[in-house]
Design a protein around this ligand. Structure first.
Ligand code: RB5
Length: 143
């Protein structure tokens, strides 16, 4: 699967580890940065990934910052984006099943690399439910 990924400085290490694991698992990873420890502004990276995912050119995106929160707030300003912050595998799975989430946001200061990879793997593997009630509710998300 093609996956676009990015982080600010607060998510750099975890973003690099996730990108490496994704490539090892056979995914095509497009890393939009950041590439150094220099302080950056998380919305710049959130908007870059959200434009691609919301615009339909890439199906899934992953954003990492200190908490995942700023990234998700900024990404969700884009039409077509359903970004979620997950710190556990249950919400990662349900965010796909019920909500068809297309951007996963993770906090480097919140979860360790082992759990982060479990969350990413779970999120990538889970299909979106085609149940009528879930499809209807998802349709109502867009304004
Ligand atoms: C950067 O210090 C930090 O604010 C950022 O990584 C993120 O946690 C924002 O939501």
């Amino acid at each position: 699967m093609k996956i676009v990924i990015a982080s600010d400085h607060g998510g750099l290490r975890l973003k690099n580890e996730i990108a490496l694991e994704l490539a090892r698992a056979g995914h095509a990873v497009d890393d939009l940065g950041t590439k150094t420890d220099a302080s950056t502004d998380y919305p710049d990276f959130a908007h870059a990934v959200a434009k691609l995912v919301g615009g339909g050119s890439v199906a899934r995106g992953i954003l990492v910052c200190g908490t995942g929160i700023g990234m998700s707030i900024a990404a969700n300003r884009h039409p077509g984006v359903r970004a979620v912050v997950c710190s556990d595998t249950y919400t990662a799975r349900l965010s796909r099943d019920h909500n068809d989430s297309n951007i996963l946001c993770i906090g480097e200061r919140v979860v360790g690399p082992g759990l982060a990879w479990e969350i990413v793997s779970t999120w990538l593997a889970e299909p979106a439910s085609t149940n009528e009630r879930h499809v209807r509710r998802r349709t109502k998300i867009e304004l």
